[in-house]
Design a protein around this ligand. Structure first.
Ligand SMILES: [Fe+2]
Length: 450
């Protein structure tokens, strides 16, 4: 028969007191911040604050505006917290303070402006996985530039199933995301492998729901701009997929909106790219760009290829921006509709009002790759890097084979000039060989007759 030690019983009973009384235990009191706090799903009247603790503990988030306490939000004991402040005012700056266990943290955010109001400023980057040092350089440059929110074109982590990779993301971007809401598109690396990583994406992200969709594809409005954050990992050969039907329906709704001036599509695998991965064949063969054109989509932002590329395909302006930190790809098979390509780590700073969208592509040393803009329904104009003035002039494709009537190749990747020259060379050599064979046969025939 076991006899319990009286001292052990006393220690055990003492340890149970906090739980019985609903008080944080010793472990909870020692809890520190593991990830965050970081901002997601910020809208006109709400904001979500997410953070992970080293131990489960209850938390309190205090929202203030001009030093007045607006809300005090308790969160039940857990090692992961999603705290949502509601009933906020549009276009208003707030501060917040997180208290949990031994952890405290402070930050700030600004809610989205009232419907249709602007101008708005935001940052775009993608493919920041794998190289923390390069990722940090891009992130620091983004912080220096500043913006109301960050759009990520996907592949935020090397492997969505590996918690250390999520930790690296939130370590590198801790200060940026503490004060700047993140709106991510789902990359292929978040799914690694065969969808095993998806629970990590679902755990660490919270996306807006006002426009429907799912956690892997969604939309949101910020001032005069509506964003559709698509899941490019979906089956884009299926024109009746749930996502495709949702997209068509929401684009049609947006056409009738009086507050939305620009639609921006964000997705990881882009319809077109001249780099290593190329464009998405199923998106091209099923007319996705033509759908965008019909609904006057202002801009398509993608990643997956680790470089900067800007162009205008089938009348739809696009930018591939995958230079957030992952190893840079320098392959460039210039598409007939490509205007600019650069293989470097970079990000975008975008400003938009009701009439105009201006995009500045920046390297990590704050130098400008290019500064381009367009008015609603009009073409790209850019400030020439070599120009002494800041005048915007029309931007042209690097290739002269582009036509303006939408008759560009259906393929996402056009043949390179080198490939065309090689092909022509092989054809000429074959013709010359054939001519020599025919001439030899004729001589042989004449010789026999002679
Ligand atoms: Fe990717």
């Amino acid at each position: 028969m076991n006899r319990a030690c009286p001292l052990a019983l006393i220690i055990t009973a003492a340890a149970m007191v906090p739980a019985v009384l609903g008080l944080p235990g010793v472990a909870a009191a020692d809890a520190r911040l593991q990830k965050g706090p970081y901002l997601m799903d910020v809208g006109q009247t709400h904001a979500a604050l997410l953070f992970e603790l080293t131990e489960a503990a209850p938390a309190t988030v205090t929202i203030t505006s001009q030093d007045d306490v607006v809300q005090t939000l308790p969160s039940e004991e857990s090692d992961f917290h999603e705290v949502v402040a509601t009933e906020l005012e549009p276009g208003t700056a707030y501060d917040y303070r997180v208290e949990a266990g031994a952890a405290t943290a402070e930050g700030s955010f600004t809610t989205a402006p009232a419907a249709g109001e602007g101008p708005v400023r935001f940052l775009v980057a993608g493919d920041n996985r794998t190289n923390a040092q390069a990722h940090a350089a891009v992130t620091d440059a983004m912080r220096r530039r500043g913006g109301e929110f960050v759009v990520n074109t996907g592949d935020m982590v090397a492997n969505g199933a590996v918690d250390e990779d999520w930790q690296e993301l939130f370590d590198v971007e801790r200060e940026l995301l503490r004060d700047t809401p993140l709106f991510p598109a789902l990359g292929n690396h978040e799914l690694y492998l065969y969808g095993v990583g998806l629970p990590g994406f679902l755990k660490y992200t919270r996306v807006p729901t006002a426009l429907g969709g799912r956690e892997t594809y969604y939309g949101f409005d910020w001032g005069p701009v509506r964003f559709f954050m698509l899941d490019s990992n979906d089956d884009w050969a299926d024109t009746e997929s749930d996502q495709r039907r949702w997209l068509r329906e929401k684009l049609a709704e947006t056409d009738r909106s009086e507050t939305i001036a620009h639609v921006i599509i964000v997705l990881h695998h882009g319809p077109v790219s001249s780099n290593r991965h190329g464009g998405h064949p199923d998106m091209m063969s099923t007319g996705l760009l033509q759908l965008f054109r019909r609904h006057e989509v202002a801009l398509v932002l993608s990643g997956h290829d680790h470089a900067y590329e800007r162009g205008d395909a089938h009348g739809v302006k696009y930018i591939v921006t995958g230079g957030g930190g992952a190893p840079i790809y320098d392959r460039n098979d210039p598409l007939p509709f490509q205007h600019r390509f650069e293989a470097s780590h970079h990000f975008l700073a975008v400003e938009a009002d009701r009439e105009r969208v201006e995009v500045t592509a920046l390297r990590v040393d704050d130098s400008v790759i290019e500064r381009c803009a367009f008015n609603r329904g009009e073409r790209w104009t850019c400030v020439r890097p070599e120009s002494a003035t800041a005048d915007f002039v029309p931007s042209e494709p690097v290739s002269s084979t582009r036509t303006d009537d939408g008759t560009e190749p259906q393929s996402g990747r056009g043949p390179s000039i080198l490939a065309l020259l090689l092909g022509a060379g092989v054809l000429l050599a074959a013709l010359a060989f054939l001519a020599r064979v025919v001439a030899r046969r004729r001589r042989h025939r004449r010789g026999r007759h002679d």
